[in-house]
Design a protein around this ligand. Structure first.
Ligand SMILES: *Cc1c(COP(=O)(O)O)cnc(C)c1O
Length: 469
């Protein structure tokens, strides 16, 4: 105890530290107030360590070094790139879809310069930010109208608020999903002010269940895609075409929260095809909403497509202003959509489709290339193994993608220590531990990531040096 209190008393004051040449250098390189904040951080951290009974260096050079390191860390953006070696291609915690290069560049260009976000260059008059993606969406999806908001949760909220407030909306009990975090269909419906009428049972809902639920207070029919789960066994759901006929008869719109929604066929990648937004509209949905950063492979956005009168009603809702997307999103989305005018361009340039389209032989060759690059690290052993990757992001639940991983073991560390060492490294590399192995899955990486993976491994387990270095 006395040891601790005397150690605490020996911590120099901020004003003493500020007299040192190093602190003065920090003050002139950054600013006097930032230098003081850094010294306060360093002394507070030391005090906390001593009080918790830990040994800590309390000399002046150690404190100054700590203050300098803190200033450096404070200056770099904390939201930063990392390497996704998890095998989950659209990883919600790791930023979901990666943008195509051209989409990233379009966002950057719109961001760092003035732009025609709401300015019509033809007429010189005030314009509408929605026009940028609207025409392309209509053209690609065969829709009358289109609208972009911040994310698909916002699209669902806005669609229900604008079209169904104060009235009833029947939804199948098999579709009352929780997408993640705070997005649950019943709650979002309550938030939008409409009344959920549950129909059918969890595993089976029939057309007559919907028929019985319709009445004078009905506002619309809503169908929700079960994005992140699958009901198997004795199941039955009503097709979009049947629902559409029912809705038309009742003169009500059919709304469809499609969730993910692909503009390309998925079967060439070994994934079961599902109706995308174009097919859903063709099958009779009046409005379809889906995410920009799931299977579309674009920026975070919610995309609403369908009947022009419904889109117009939604545009006029007061929530629209709160949920509207920014210029970077719109620019990245437009650039992404442009690629879809030619499916081949989309497959070649959108990272998700590059990942899906890489052959197992190519993945194996990449794993071998990495193996080569780290072969000189003493004590690090690697093995090439077959694994299963996933699309992720609430898309294609239950479907697995054949993949290849590099399984690593390092004699000086446990698997958890290796996992943490890579996660805390520079660049951070997120791996996965599965069946007593640390796996770096090749399916969630692009070819251009390999040199960075190599660097991360060298730094975590060996001496510096990269794949091409
Ligand atoms: C993912 C998803 C949402 C939420 O979309 P975000 O873009 O994440 O807001 C809503 N509904 C369904 C069916 C989904 O799959």
């Amino acid at each position: 105890m006395t040891d601790v209190s005397s150690a605490l008393r020996r911590i120099p004051s901020i004003s003493q530290l500020m007299e040192t040449a190093q602190a003065k250098a920090l003050a002139s390189a950054h600013s006097p107030s930032l230098a003081v904040a850094a010294l306060r951080f360093a002394t507070d951290a030391l005090r906390a360590e001593l009080l918790s009974g830990r040994q800590a260096a309390s000399d002046v050079p150690a404190l100054l070094a700590r203050a300098a390191a803190w200033l450096t860390s404070q200056q770099s953006v904390q939201l930063r790139p990392l390497i996704n070696g998890t095998g989950i291609l659209l990883h919600t915690n790791l930023g979901r879809a990666r943008l195509a290069q051209c989409a990233g560049e379009a966002a950057m260009a719109a961001a760092v310069s003035a732009c025609n976000l709401e300015y019509d260059l033809q007429s010189g008059k005030r314009g509408d930010r929605n026009v940028h993606a609207e025409a392309l969406l209509c053209q690609l999806l065969g829709a009358q109208g289109a609208l972009v908001v911040n994310n698909n949760a916002a699209a669902v909220l806005l669609m229900l608020s604008a079209l169904c407030q104060g009235r009833e909306v029947p939804v199948s009990r098999g579709e009352l999903v929780e997408i993640g975090g705070s997005f649950r269909v019943p709650e979002i419906m309550a938030q939008s002010g409409c009344r959920l009428v549950e129909v059918g049972a969890t595993n089976k809902t029939r057309l007559k269940d919907y028929q019985q639920a319709l009445g004078e207070h009905s506002a619309a029919l809503l169908k929700v895609h079960c994005s992140n789960y699958k009901i198997v066994g004795f199941t039955e759901e009503v097709s979009l075409a049947e629902l559409s006929a029912l809705a038309k008869g009742a003169k009500l719109p059919l709304l469809y929260d499609l969730g993910s929604g692909s503009l390309l066929p998925l079967s060439p990648f070994g994934i079961k095809d599902e109706p995308g937004p174009r097919e859903a509209l063709a099958a009779g949905a009046d409005l379809v909403c889906f995410s920009g950063d799931k299977l579309l492979g674009g920026p975070q956005a919610g995309i609403l497509v369908g009947r022009a009168d419904l889109i117009q009603a939604i545009k006029l809702h007061p929530l629209m202003r709160a949920l509207r997307p920014d210029k970077m999103t719109l620019a990245a989305l437009e650039a992404t959509l442009l690629l879809y005018r030619d499916g081949e361009l989309a497959r070649q340039q959108i990272p998700l489709y590059q990942m899906l389209g890489t052959s197992l032989e190519e993945l194996r060759a990449r794993a071998e290339q990495l193996q080569q690059a780290i072969s000189g690290i003493p004590g690090l052993k690697s093995e090439i193994v077959e694994t299963k990757a996933q699309v992720g992001g609430g898309s294609t639940p239950g479907q697995e993608l054949p993949s290849i991983a590099l399984a690593l073991c390092y004699e000086a560390m446990t698997l958890v220590e290796m996992f943490e060492g890579l996660r805390l490294g520079q660049p951070p590399l997120i791996s996965r531990i599965q069946q007593d192995r640390l796996l770096l899955d090749m399916r969630s990486l692009l070819a251009e990531d390999l040199p960075h993976v190599s660097t991360a491994l060298q730094r975590a387990f060996g001496q510096e040096g990269g794949l091409h270095g």
